[in-house]
Design a protein around this ligand. Structure first.
Ligand SMILES: Cc1cc2nc3c(=O)[nH]c(=O)nc-3n(C[C@H](O)[C@H](O)[C@H](O)COP(=O)(O)OP(=O)(O)OC[C@H]3O[C@@H](n4cnc5c(N)ncnc54)[C@H](O)[C@@H]3O)c2cc1C
Length: 528
């Protein structure tokens, strides 16, 4: 449907998202001298981004320590289970200290040790203490505060939902020409030669998630609808320890694994260790291993939660104030009683395929942060590597988008609102995904899920709510189709019928949409 837009504007670079990926990108493009417009579908309030909720910290190799880029790369590759892109990991890890230092120049303050210098903690899968943090377990809030402050003079439009990417279908280049946006005035266009997707994750595919309400996979959908491919999308990390308060359908507080790093232990309702004999790193094993062990124990005992016993940690309230506050709100005293916890959808390891500068296959389209798939995380993300990736690749994407805008100049897009690919209501979708595509999947469940999702009725996307339902539905179809095609267990993807990794060389899968909207799966390439 062609529409007469209610409003039109021009920019060099449009950034969609105001979390770590979006604001790092926006600042870099602005500092490169470009006219930047930043869109956020949310209102301006704490907690509108996943970034705000990050607890553990940022994994970064500090100079002149016993740590090294090689050691951090090795830990990342081990977690990624054969699907990381080694060059991408090395490039991003090696740039971490510079990017975090830039954030400090922008005003971020990280916790310091008694001896001076940043205090470093250790998290699951890391062989060294290399996690910088702020406010104890409130790192994300500090990162968001510093970025918000640095970006205060930028042109940030809240309550502006990006509905579609507009691109040039006539010249054969598919070059990006702008974004179709819904705000209180109606549907408008921001014309721009460079667009950066920084829309975050897709945890809202599931009823139990640590992600905020707006983590609905919009960037995945926008890219797929525009013809770009996504990869590793079946790898959704379930955080093993969300606070369990018995209430369904809300964002659930995360109980950071830094607490296990400080000695807390996971026990079941009988008081037995959950991870004993499962992995040499025990409770500090990679997240998929711990989530899988908890899931298995819950099924075996018919329980809804296990317990994290943190009673041995001194000064819990000061060291983990965010968790302490969440526990208090749920009526739990972690100093006196074990904390009830259960796994929940937490992080999308895959996303829109980009290089390490955020470039996608469509000229003028960039992606950074959780929406992107750089090859950093492979089949499973190492804890605290995502803020790192968001900062590093966000900054690079901003500079690359600024450069692209310089080459291509002013664009003029036509506003069309094509029919979406079908939308299921969020409650129904979350129920189906939680049942059929959660911690452990099988073919019967995934086939049932694919059928349910492909029957969702199509319509026109003209509002934020409509966009979110349509985005969740197409993202879910991509996840289900890739999960069905991956007949093995690898990283954070577990198939009941295939409990081990396949012996064939590890391959990333890519998904793109056919003309009838059906997701088509292919292999990305062999990973050495
Ligand atoms: C509870 C929790 C704890 C975590 N702890 C850590 C940690 O300790 N260390 C770590 O490295 N990582 C951690 N993570 C992961 C990390 O926080 C996220 O991966 C990262 O912050 C994502 O940043 P982002 O910029 O990609 O997206 P977000 O911060 O989620 O921002 C997304 C933005 O996109 C906007 N948006 C989305 N769709 C649209 C649209 N259609 N139109 C306009 N705007 C749109 C949203 O409004 C928002 O502004 C944690 C995540 C959670 C949820």
């Amino acid at each position: 449907m062609n529409i007469g837009p209610a409003w039109e504007e021009h920019a060099d670079v449009v950034v969609i998202g105001t979390g770590v990926g979006g604001l790092a990108a926006a600042l870099a493009a602005h500092r490169a001298g470009r006219r930047v417009v930043v869109l956020s579908k949310a209102a301006r309030k704490p907690g509108a981004t996943a970034t705000h909720y990050a607890q553990g910290g940022i994994a970064v190799v500090l100079p002149d320590t016993d740590d090294s880029v090689d050691a951090h790369v090795a830990d990342t590759l081990a977690a990624g289970a054969g699907l990381c892109d080694v060059d991408a990991v090395t490039s991003i890890v090696a740039d971490g200290y510079r990017a975090v230092s830039e954030l400090v120049s922008d005003g971020a303050q990280f916790d310091e040790s008694a001896a001076g210098g940043w205090a470093l903690s250790r998290e699951g899968g890391h062989s060294r203490r290399r996690i910088v943090h702020a406010g104890g377990d409130a790192t994300g809030a500090e990162v968001q505060r510093a970025l918000d402050l640095a970006a205060a003079t930028l042109d940030i439009r809240i309550k502006h939902a990006a509905l579609r990417l507009l691109h040039d279908t006539t010249s054969g280049t598919d070059a990006i020409t702008g974004v179709l946006v819904a705000d209180r005035r109606g549907i408008g266009i921001v014309h721009a030669p460079s667009v950066i997707l920084a829309t975050g994750g897709l945890g809202q595919l599931y009823g139990a998630t640590t992600n905020p309400k707006g983590s609905t996979g919009d960037g995945i959908a926008l890219a797929l609808w525009a013809g770009a491919a996504v990869s590793d999308i079946e790898f959704i990390q379930f955080h093993p320890t969300m606070l369990y308060d018995g209430r369904a359908g809300r964002r659930r507080p995360l109980v950071t694994e830094a607490i296990r790093g400080e000695g807390a232990i996971l026990v079941d309702s009988q008081g037995n260790s959950v991870t004993a004999g499962v992995h040499p790193m025990g409770d500090l094993a990679p997240r998929d291993v711990v989530a899988g062990a908890i899931d298995a124990r819950l099924r075996a005992l018919g329980d809804e939660c296990v317990f994290l016993d943190a009673r041995g940690i001194d000064d819990f309230g000061r060291r983990f104030p965010t968790v302490a506050a969440a526990c208090q709100a749920a009526g739990i005293d972690p100093v006196r009683q074990p904390i009830p916890v259960a796994p929940g959808a937490h992080y999308s390891c895959g996303g829109v395929i980009t290089d390490v500068c955020g470039r996608t296959e469509l000229p003028g389209l960039f992606a950074a942060g959780e929406v992107a798939r750089t090859g950093m995380h492979g089949a499973n993300r190492l804890a605290s590597n995502s803020l790192l990736e968001g900062l590093v690749v966000g900054g690079r994407a901003g500079r690359a988008a600024a450069e692209h805008a310089g080459l291509f100049g002013r664009t003029h897009a036509t506003a069309t609102v094509p029919a979406d690919c079908g939308a299921l209501g969020r409650d129904d979708l979350q129920r189906a995904m939680s049942r059929d595509a959660s911690v452990v999947r099988d073919a019967d469940g995934l086939h049932r899920l694919v059928d349910i999702l492909s029957d969702a009725p199509a319509g026109l996307v003209t509002t934020r709510a409509g966009l979110e339902d349509a985005a969740l539905t197409i993202a879910a179809r991509a996840v289900a189709t890739a999960a069905l095609a991956r007949e093995e267990s690898r990283g954070c993807h577990h198939r009941a019928e295939y409990p081990s990794a396949a012996t064939a060389p590890a391959r990333s899968l890519i998904v793109r949409l056919a003309d009838d909207c059906s997701p088509q799966v292919d292999e990305l390439a062999a990973v050495s």
